[in-house]
Each structure stands twice: as structure tokens, then as C-alpha cells.
Write a protein that binds this ligand. Structure first.
Ligand SMILES: Cc1cc2nc3c(=O)[nH]c(=O)nc-3n(C[C@H](O)[C@H](O)[C@H](O)COP(=O)(O)OP(=O)(O)OC[C@H]3O[C@@H](n4cnc5c(N)ncnc54)[C@H](O)[C@@H]3O)c2cc1C
Length: 677
């Protein structure tokens, strides 16, 4: 070490860099740590640390300084079902995760590094590029000065300028985005210390209870669902989850919405001669399993055990370190792949959740894998045992999920474009959750709504959708803009030939309608379009979810009629609902009655009664007559059915979906006339 100023240069004073600096300093090495920012600083994150990460903080002796709320485990919520996974105990001792603001955690770690003997920690020190001599990294250019050391570490985050400069970036296959905001809960409202994951339409919300009654909400989503400004989507998703909307009632927004535009980051290699990539710089897995900080902490510990060999063995140890790091993260990477596969196949989510609800031990074990305290091999054994014992087909869902994840290329080395701030909305004023609905009055909200109404009257659905969407941007808490956009999206779902697009649009309509209900629980239109959006989804889901949906559709339509007995749409929904429930297969009915608390009673008389009432209230609406004709045909009243269908076909066009319903009427009429022959 004689003649050198430092043994190790570390670029980036985040979780990985600061932890490594502390450990190397304590091991007697001379370390320089460069952080381009200053503390305290914000970092978009779900702010939940897994038990294995908490264990590293304990070994560092920093748990008291970090503080935070101990977390009991993870709960997944989907359409009223919840699967709960407590963190499994370790050697008989209860394991907990930790929730703490990054402004606190990162500051504590950096300050601990700065206070460690042998460590020089500098903020506002920008690492400009690596210095490479004959194929080996020998140092860094920092604020215009060349510095050299036997070992250089790039802990400069997911964007890693050093990784890019060395040509080690690799493209990611799927692009997901993340965003987060903090809230101060209203007095008297408490959120239990779990990571609550709410599964929505192609997005998930992560809710973490923080100290002092603060709450973090993070959203992760596929980039292609970003069809509106991030702030608006975030609000809509929060309001669209009744569980969350209830907890955020009266809450105050504390921080701006901040996010990352690419969550999976990959590197071609994690080590090169003279240099190690550490933490997110080496490749980050999607935060769907919430382990990024834990990996940063664990891999910093691993590197601290290997790094002293840099001075005795040259670069020979790097490959061994890299193998050990991959082994450390392998189970976790498999689990993350499995969950991402699920996130891309929403139809399988219900099945997997049912399986996990049925086997809490397996759920808890998988949460242990995510928490870094259990190995996946143990989980596979348990799943095999459960499958053998229970013999339920749903078990295969879990196995498929794990296998699908396993079959995708594993481990974090491969990646993507930059991570950036996605949105910056003014703090405190764009809180949705405590919101009373506001009318979209005054320009531009009212004018945009009027433009949407006029476009829909001209049967221009695309222009109407765009205008309603802009109205919602102008007035994010407008109930009217929200339900009208839900209606427009539901109509687009009706007219879309592609099944996958249809499913996605239905889910969007559902999330908007839920937001409308949250904004104005006493408004009939929100409930009516929620019933419509749910009804349209019934064809995409399997038996158990269908039964759950069926109950919710009826409840929402009943609620609409309680608020407005003359709502033709609710009568229409109840008419179609009765007809379809009557036609439910015997097997599903048996299953529903035996295991799922049954399906509410239905009859063709009720179906015909509701559809007749809908047609009386709104005689110009073609779909009411068409569905009435079909219900009459189901009741074998073919003459009456023919009459209604012919009448529907003679009616003038008044709505964008009329041609679609005319085609349906022609099909039904042909079948009815065959019966009459
Ligand atoms: C939306 C979202 C939610 C997440 N949720 C969770 C979660 O709930 N739990 C969890 O464990 N993980 C979560 N993560 C992942 C977690 O945030 C990261 O894995 C973790 O921060 C990685 O730590 P790091 O030290 O490698 O990088 P960072 O924490 O990003 O630190 C890198 C540091 O390098 C500095 N730097 C960059 N360039 C330079 C330069 N040229 N010169 C000097 N300094 C530089 C940066 O300023 C920064 O301080 C989430 C991530 C996202 C995006």
C-alpha cells in the first residue's frame, strides 16, 4: 500500500457504496467514497427493507440509528381476496423487515461511512469516467482530478455512468416504470406494518407504513399502460383501490411524485479487471419483490470479505466473487422472474393467489425467499408436498409460475435505458385520496368535457376519449370526467376485435370507474359503469373469479338503482346479468354453491323485466332492445324476441356501439327465425 493514497475508490454513496466503505474502513483499508449529490437526498423507492437486509444493518450496528417501523410480512390483495405471508422466523426467532424513508437510511449510512477511520467520504464529488490502462481499470476521474487505486468500485446506481462508459450496458426485455409519493395519514387512521401489494390492471401498488403516521405508496407498471400523465395515473390507481382509498381518506400528500422510467437494469458483466460493479450498477431486478436494498447490503458485505485479496492476488479473485454473488441472488432472481411473468399474465394471478391463500405455509416460505432468509429449494419441496397431499390443480399454478420464472434467463445481468425522474408534480396539492370530487367547471375542464360530449354525439369515439382524458388532466378530481372516460374506454373495449386489447381496456375502464366511485360514492354513474366494466370482464376470467365478479356486478348495479331507480344502464346490466347467471353451467353453479357461498338467485323473468324497464326509460337505445330480444329468445318467446330484434334493427343510430349491437341483433334474429320455421 506504500506510495498509494487509497486502496479502494468507490463511485456512489448510496446503500451499496456507503456500506462497502464502512466495512472496508473497519477492515483497515484506505477508502475514498465519492457521492455526486448531498445528503439528505430523496431516492424513488418502495422503502421496505427485507429481513436479510435488516440483518446486515444489525451486523453494522446501525439499526438504532436508522430507526423505522418493523414489518411483519407481505400481503397481496386482488379483487377482494388477500393472501398473507408473514416473514418466516429464522432459527426460531421472529424475523422482521423494516420500513424507513430513504432520506433517513441513506443519510445514516453515508454519515457512518464518513465517520469510519480510514474512509474519506465526499459529497458533490462527481465521478466523470474510469481511467483504463492496458485493459485494466486503474482509477477514476473525479471533479477533474485523476485518482488511482488497486480496486475501483462502481456503486453509482441503476444508471451507472461507469457501466455505460465501459460498454457494459445490456438491453432489458420488458420495460416497467415505477413511481412513488408519501402521505401523512389523517388522525385516527392507522395502517398495519405490512407491505401491502394491491394488484390492479397491469400495475401494482405497494403500500408501506412509515414512522410518524406517514405512508409510502409506490406504483409499478408496464410502460405501455402509461396513456396519461404519471400524476394522473397514480391518482387514478390509488382511488381505484377501495382498500387504499379508504386509508388515504383525509391524508395529506407530503412529497412530489418521483419515479424511475426503467426498473430492470442489466450489465454484460459484474466485474472487469480492476473494477467491481456493485448494487444496482451490477444490474437491478424489478422491485416487484422489493429486494434491491437488501442485495446492495448483502453484496457489499460479500465484496468486503473478498476485496482485501485485491492486494495479494491481483484480479484472480474477481471471478470467484462474481460466482458467489450470483449464487447469493439466484433464488431471488428466479422468484422475481416468476412474479413478473404473473404480472404479465393477469389471468393467472387469481389462480396463484387462490393457491397461496390455500397454503399459507408456501406463501410464507416464498415471502422468506423474497426476504432473503429462505432458499427456494425448500419452497419447491413444500410445493411438491402440498401438491401430493391436497392434489389440487391450482397448485400447478404456483409451480408453473415458479418454473416460468426459472426458465427465463436468470440473474440480474442485462439491461436497459436510463432511469429518470418521470414526473414532478407540486407537493401537497395533488393529493387525490382525501378528495371530495370536484366539478370540472371553468376552463379548461368544462370546455373539454363539452368537447367530449359533442364528439360522442358525432359518434367520434377517439376524439371523445381524448377530450375526456384531457378534461381529467385539467381537473384530476372531476367525477364527471372520470366516469365519462370510463364509459368511453368501455365502449372502445366493446368495439375492439383483439381479445387482449379488449381485456386491457376493460381493466382500464374498471380502474377509472372505481376512481369515480371513490370520488363520489353517492353518484349513480360511477357505480353503473363499474358494473359495466366488471360485466365485460366476466368472459376473460375463470370460474372462481367469475363467481366473485358476478356478486360484485350485481351489488354495483343494485347500488346504482338505490341511488337512481331510473338508471337505464343499471337495469340493462341486471337484465344481462340475470340472463347469464341462469345460463351458468351446472358445474360452476355446484362449485359456487358448495365452496364460494353461492351465486345470487337469477331468473329469465327478472332479466326480461329489467331489460324492458331499460327500454322504457330510454326507448332510443338500441342495445336495450337487442339484449331484450336475446333474453326473450332464451325464454323461448320467439315471436316476442323477433319483434324486439326487428324493432332494434329499424332504430336510427344514436351511439357509437350501435353497429356492433345491430350485428348482434342480426345473428340473434337469424337464430330466432330458424326456431319459428
Ligand atoms: C420505484 C422503485 C421502488 C423500489 N422499491 C424498493 C423496495 O421497496 N425495497 C428495496 O429494497 N429496494 C427497492 N428498490 C430498489 C432500490 O432503490 C435500489 O436497489 C437501491 O437503491 C440500490 O442501491 P445502490 O446503492 O446500488 O444505488 P443508489 O441507491 O441508486 O445509489 C447510487 C448513488 O450513486 C450516486 N452517483 C451516481 N452517479 C454518480 C457519479 N457519476 N458520481 C458520483 N456519484 C454518483 C447517486 O447520486 C446515488 O447516491 C426500488 C426501486 C425503485 C426504482
Amino acid at each position: 500500500m506504500i506510495g498509494r493514497l487509497s486502496d479502494v475508490l468507490i463511485a456512489g454513496g448510496g446503500v451499496a457504496g456507503s456500506t462497502l466503505a464502512i466495512l472496508l474502513g473497519r477492515a483497515g483499508l484506505r477508502v475514498e467514497l465519492f457521492e455526486r449529490g448531498a445528503f439528505p437526498r430523496e431516492k424513488p423507492c418502495g422503502e421496505g427493507l427485507m429481513p436479510a437486509g435488516v440483518a446486515v444493518l444489525e451486523r453494522l450496528g446501525l439499526t438504532a440509528a436508522v430507526g423505522g417501523v418493523p414489518l411483519s410480512g407481505v400481503r397481496y390483495h386482488c379483487r377482494g381476496a388477500t393472501a398473507t405471508g408473514p416473514f418466516p422466523s429464522v432459527n426460531g426467532i421472529a424475523a422482521t423487515g423494516l420500513a424507513q424513508r430513504r432520506v433517513v437510511l441513506d443519510r445514516v449510512l453515508f454519515e457512518a461511512a464518513a465517520a469510519t477511520a480510514g474512509v474519506t467520504a465526499r459529497t458533490r464529488a462527481v465521478v466523470e469516467r474510469p481511467i483504463v490502462d492496458r485493459g485494466r481499470v486503474t482509477g477514476l476521474m473525479v471533479n477533474g482530478t485523476a485518482l488511482r487505486a488497486p480496486l475501483t468500485v462502481a456503486a453509482d446506481g441503476a444508471l451507472s455512468p461507469l457501466r455505460r462508459a465501459l460498454g457494459l450496458d445490456r438491453a432489458a426485455r420488458h420495460r416497467r416504470v415505477g413511481m412513488r409519493a408519501h402521505f401523512q395519514l389523517a388522525a385516527g387512521i392507522e395502517v398495519a406494518p405490512w407491505v401491502d401489494i394491491l394488484l390492479g390492471a397491469e400495475h401494482e401498488l405497494y403500500v408501506t407504513a412509515l414512522p410518524r403516521g406517514e405512508l409510502l405508496v409506490a406504483a409499478l407498471a408496464n410502460a405501455r399502460v402509461l396513456d396519461a400523465p404519471a400524476e394522473l395515473l397514480f391518482d387514478r390507481w390509488c382511488l381505484g383501490q377501495p382498500w387504499l382509498a379508504e386509508r388515504l381518506r383525509g391524508a395529506r400528500r407530503l412529497t412530489r411524485l418521483r419515479g424511475a422510467s426503467s426498473l430492470t437494469v442489466r450489465a454484460k458483466r459484474g466485474v472487469v479487471p480492476g473494477m467491481v460493479l456493485l448494487g444496482d450498477a451490477a444490474g437491478s431486478l424489478d422491485p416487484i419483490t422489493g429486494g434491491g436494498m437488501t442485495h446492495a447490503l448483502e453484496s457489499a458485505e460479500l465484496l468486503a470479505r473478498h476485496a482485501p485479496r485485491a492486494f495479494a492476488e491481483g484480479d484472480a479473485w474477481l471471478a470467484q466473487f462474481e460466482r458467489r454473488r450470483r449464487a447469493l441472488l439466484l433464488d431471488y432472481a428466479i422468484l422475481t422472474r416468476g412474479l413478473l411473468w404473473l404480472a404479465r399474465h393477469p389471468a393467472a394471478i387469481g389462480m396463484a393467489l387462490s393457491a397461496l391463500e390455500a397454503w399459507p405455509g408456501v406463501m410464507s416460505h416464498l415471502v422468506g425467499v423474497a426476504g432473503g432468509t429462505r432458499s427456494l429449494l425448500g419452497a419447491r419441496r413444500r410445493v411438491r408436498w402440498a401438491v401430493g397431499a391436497v392434489g389440487m390443480a391450482v397448485g400447478m399454478g404456483v409451480l408453473l409460475v415458479v418454473i416460468a420464472g426459472w426458465m427465463s434467463p436468470v440473474v440480474a445481468t442485462a439491461a436497459d435505458p436510463p432511469v429518470t425522474q418521470v414526473a414532478a408534480a407540486p407537493a401537497a396539492d395533488s393529493l387525490v385520496a382525501n378528495a371530495a370530487a370536484t366539478p370540472a367547471t371553468g376552463p379548461p375542464g368544462a370546455a373539454l368535457l363539452a368537447a367530449g360530449d359533442s364528439a360522442i354525439a358525432r359518434l367520434n369515439l377517439e376524439a371523445a376519449t381524448a377530450a375526456y382524458r384531457q378534461a381529467l388532466v385539467a381537473a384530476p378530481r372531476s367525477y364527471e370526467a372520470t366516469w365519462k372516460l370510463a364509459r368511453a374506454i368501455a365502449d372502445r373495449a366493446t368495439l375492439t376485435p383483439n381479445r387482449e386489447d379488449q381485456r386491457r381496456l376493460c381493466q382500464q375502464a374498471e380502474s377509472l370507474a372505481r376512481a369515480a366511485v371513490a370520488l363520489n360514492p353517492g353518484g349513480a354513474k360511477g357505480h353503473a359503469f363499474l358494473a359495466v366494466a366488471l360485466g365485460k370482464q366476466a368472459i376473460f376470467v375463470g370460474g372462481k373469479t367469475k363467481v366473485r365478479l358476478s356478486r360484485e356486478i350485481k351489488a354495483e348495479a343494485d347500488r346504482t338503482l338505490a341511488l337512481d331507480p331510473n338508471d337505464d344502464l343499471a337495469h340493462h346490466v341486471l337484465g344481462v346479468w340475470n340472463r347469464e347467471v341462469v345460463e351458468v353451467s351446472g358445474i360452476l353453479r355446484f362449485f359456487a354453491n358448495t365452496f364460494l357461498g353461492g351465486i345470487p338467485k337469477a331468473s329469465l323473468d327478472e332479466a326480461i323485466g329489467h331489460l324492458r324497464r331499460a327500454a322504457e326509460v330510454s326507448p332510443d337505445v338500441i342495445p336495450h332492445r337487442v339484449e331484450l330480444g336475446i333474453a326473450l329468445a332464451s325464454a323461448r318467446r320467439y315471436r316476442d324476441a323477433e319483434q324486439e330484434l326487428v324493432r332494434a334493427l329499424d332504430m336510427p343510430t344514436s351511439w357509437v356501439t350501435d353497429d356492433h349491437y345491430r350485428a348482434k341483433a342480426r345473428d340473434a334474429l337469424a337464430r330466432v327465425r330458424k326456431k319459428l320455421r
